[in-house]
Each structure stands twice: as C-alpha cells, then as structure tokens.
Design a binder for this molecule. Structure first.
Ligand SMILES: Cc1ncc(COP(=O)(O)O)c(C=O)c1O
Length: 376
C-alpha cells in the first residue's frame, strides 16, 4: 500500500512538543487523571482497582460498549466496536472500499478520510465547503449530481474540521436521503459530535439513523481525553461490522485495558465534561471574534457553528504559510496553515478548546502590533 504523508500530522510532529504556544489544536483541554478519578462512580473505581493489564475483548469491554450505546437511540452492544479513532477510518475504508470505487468526500478534510480511499485505488470527488455570505456552506445538489454508477460511499465530517461548519438537521437528513436513494454507504466522522454551539442544533448520528451509515466517535475531542486513544465505530450493518472486526485483527487486535476503564469513567461523567468544554469553547470563540474583528485589515473571522475549531482568513497581502512560519519562529506560537488541508484559500486553523487560548491571543496581538505592520 502506497500512501502520501499526512500533511497536518507532519506539521504537528514538528511543533506540537517544541513550540511554546499552540493556537491550533483541535482537542479540548486534556483532563487530568486526578480529576477523572475524583469524579468516578464506585463501580468504575472498583474496575480500576481490580484491573489486570491483560489482553482485552477485541470488540471492546462489554461495560464500555454498553456505556457507548447510551449515546445513541437504535444502537445495541453488537453494533459497536472500539478502535483508536484514526484506526477506525483506516479499517472502515479498507473493509468497504475496493479499487475502482468512487467516493464523494467533504473537502477540505482530515486527510486520512480522502487519502485512504485514494491509496486503495478509488476515485475521489471533493465536495467543497464554500464561503457564502460570510458563512460556510455545502451545496447539497452538488452531492446528488456527483453520484455515478461506481459511487460506493459518501464521506462527511460534521462538525467539520477545519471550518466548524455544521449543516442544519434538514440538510443532514437530505444527505441521508440521497445516500439511501442511491444505496450508498455514509461514513460519518463525528469526532466533534456533541460540541454544537447552540442548544438544539446537534445532528443525529448517521450510524444510529441509517442502516448503511457508519459513525466514528471517541474520547479525543469532545471528552478531553486524546491520550486514551479510545474511539469507536457504530453501524447497524451486521455484515460490515464483522468485516471491520476481522480487519482489526491485523491492526491492534484489541484495545488498551487501562484506557477502557478510564473510558467508562469518562462516559459516566459526560454531562460535567461536556458542559465545561462547551462553556470554554463559547468563551474562547467570543474572544477570537473580538480579536479578529479588531484586526480586520489582516483577518476575516468566519463563525464556526460546531466543534472546537475555526478557520479564519488571512489578508491576501501575506501568504498564510509564510505568516505561520514567521509566527512560530519569532514567537514560538504554532498556527496551522490551511495548506496542510490542501486548501488554497489563505486560511489558518485555530483551536478554541484550550485553557490558554486567550493568553496566546495576547502573545499574538503583541507580535502583530510590533511586527506585522512591517510586512506591508
Ligand atoms: C475529523 C477527525 N477525524 C479523526 C481524527 C483522529 O482522531 P485521533 O487523533 O484521536 O485518532 C481527528 C483528529 O484530529 C479528526 O480531526
């Protein structure tokens, strides 16, 4: 299998643990272990205390899968398999796609969602999220027009990384209707699920509502626990679930025993964790909006509607790659250029989920005041 380097991950690999400030991470502030244990219920504390670090059940700990089903309406324990989130993309694509298949993928996109189909010999149509009246939007008619005889799957990611775009519930059900009408798989990367910014705007999960839907979710973003490397796929398609389980025997075989128990604890503290993350995102979003509007000669702010990231635009006077390069070299602030998503607009990603977001904006502001005027 030949696969291109993952541009975003390579960029993070250079700066994530060397830059002093990270303005672009997509996860929410990581939970300290102590806090997770402090909020844990008696049963999971006992599971933790009695834990033996052996191999685990390949599809995931039954209690963990039981907890996961509570996030959905029509999903039972057999419709869930635990994986590392990135592994879930790899396995699902490999289990479903074959050389010559055609897929339609939201664009820009977390690279593996389009790269893995390409590496398997599929043709890919990009379904581009565009700016319309200062808002991100997707043309649903384009989706239907792009379907051909060889189309096997539609690949979406809402709330969207990197724009924070979120379709309305009506738009999302149209996407499902189209998938259904043409008997297509719908792979729905829901890694930022439950982080919708307005109450009531959350989407249903594709795996929960459509028999050929496959949903990816996990603890890395919404639950502040990327270090557990714990996610899951849900689908009601039993034959597909078996194929996915067979494939997992060639990747990780089973999950980490300690992560499973910590995952049970986290899911049982869902309300507390989510409330804190949503509040922090909304607070940081308000600061970001103020900041980018204050420097509107340099930046255009585009409001995200969900998730923990936004994708503002930099003035065309400066190339975004050069801007990000200078800021990290001069100020040790890492900013992710849109180029890492193969996006040719002059945009960059910012992360709204971290505690030090406002402090980093202050550092960036000082830099802009001192330096950026010299660019003109
Ligand atoms: C849309 C999307 N899907 C999947 C992943 C992979 O998640 P993880 O890094 O926890 O494997 C990410 C991570 O950034 C993501 O943004």
């Amino acid at each position: 299998m030949k696969i291109n380097p993952f541009k975003l991950e390579r960029y993070f690999a250079i700066y994530e643990f060397t830059a002093k400030y990270l303005l672009s991470p997509s996860d929410c502030e990581s939970l300290p272990m102590e806090q997770l244990l402090k909020g844990a219920d008696e049963e999971s504390l006992k599971l933790w205390k009695d834990l033996k670090l052996g191999y685990t059940e390949s599809r995931g700990h039954p209690i963990l899968r039981e907890e996961i089903t509570k996030l959905y309406h029509n999903i039972n324990v057999d419709d869930v398999i635990t994986i590392v989130p990135e592994e879930g993309i790899f396995i699902a694509m490999n289990a479903i796609l074959e050389e010559g298949d055609h897929v339609i993928v939201v664009d820009p996109i977390y690279q593996s969602l389009s790269e893995i189909p390409k590496s398997l010999g599929c043709s890919v149509t990009n379904w581009t999220v565009k700016l319309k009246d200062h808002r991100w939007s997707l043309d649903i008619d384009f989706l239907e027009k792009s379907i051909c005889e060889k189309t096997k799957m539609i690949i979406v990611n809402f709330p969207h990384n990197p724009t924070g775009y979120l379709p309305t519930k009506e738009e999302f059900s149209k996407i499902i209707e189209i998938a259904k009408k043409h008997d297509l798989y719908l792979f729905s990367d829901e890694m930022y699920w439950l982080l919708e910014h307005r109450e009531g705007e959350g989407l249903p999960s594709a795996g929960d509502t459509y028999e050929k839907g496959i949903s990816l979710f996990g603890l890395s973003k919404t639950f502040s626990l990327p270090g557990l490397r714990l996610g899951w796929l849900v689908t009601q398609d039993k034959a597909l679930m078996d194929k996915i389980a067979n494939f997992k025997d060639y990747t990780t075989i089973c999950g980490s025993a300690s992560s499973e128990v910590l995952g049970i604890m986290a899911l049982r503290q869902k309300e507390t964790i989510l409330k804190k993350n949503r509040e922090r995102i909304l607070d940081n979003k308000a600061s970001a909006k103020d900041f980018f509007k204050r420097y509107n000669e340099l930046f255009t702010w585009i409001e995200p509607r969900g998730g923990s990231i936004a994708f503002p635009k930099l003035s065309e006077k400066i190339k975004v790659v050069e801007f990000c390069d200078r800021v990290v070299k001069d100020k040790s602030i890492m900013i992710l250029p849109g180029e890492t998503f193969d996006y040719d607009g002059n945009h960059f990603r910012i992360g709204l989920g971290r505690e030090n977001f406002k402090q980093i904006l202050k550092e960036l502001e000082a830099y802009i005041i001192e330096e950026i005027k010299n660019y003109y």
